[in-house]
Ligand binder design. Structure first.
Ligand SMILES: [Zn+2]
Length: 105
């Protein structure tokens, strides 16, 4: 069964930010057609809300746990906060949709 794009996007964004795996363009390709243009903005939004970096250590942006290694913060986010991250993505998508609707009035 195909994973929902939100899940695939989350994995790819975390890998790109922490391990420099892939690039913004390939990450944006995971997004549905209408959202592809927001790839870089959504990437920043997810990272800003999920990962805090201090003195080379990583802390969870959702529950403030840490310090973690790169691998540790990735596992923590994917194991504990999968649902929270989906909500962060939904939040972003909803805010974009309402902005687009307003600009058309
Ligand atoms: Zn956490």
């Amino acid at each position: 069964m195909r994973k929902p794009w939100q899940e695939e996007f989350t994995y790819s964004v975390i890998d790109l930010y922490l391990f420099n795996k892939g690039d913004l363009n390939s990450v944006s390709q995971i997004l549905p057609m209408g959202l592809k243009a927001f790839g870089s903005e959504l990437t920043d939004y997810i990272i800003k809300n999920t990962i805090k970096e201090a003195n080379g250590d990583f802390y969870c942006g959702i529950c403030s746990k840490g310090p973690f290694s790169k691998k540790g913060i990735k596992l923590h986010l994917l194991r504990v906060h999968q649902k929270d991250i989906l909500e962060i993505i939904d939040e972003f998508v909803m805010s974009r949709i309402s902005a687009i609707k307003k600009s058309r009035i």
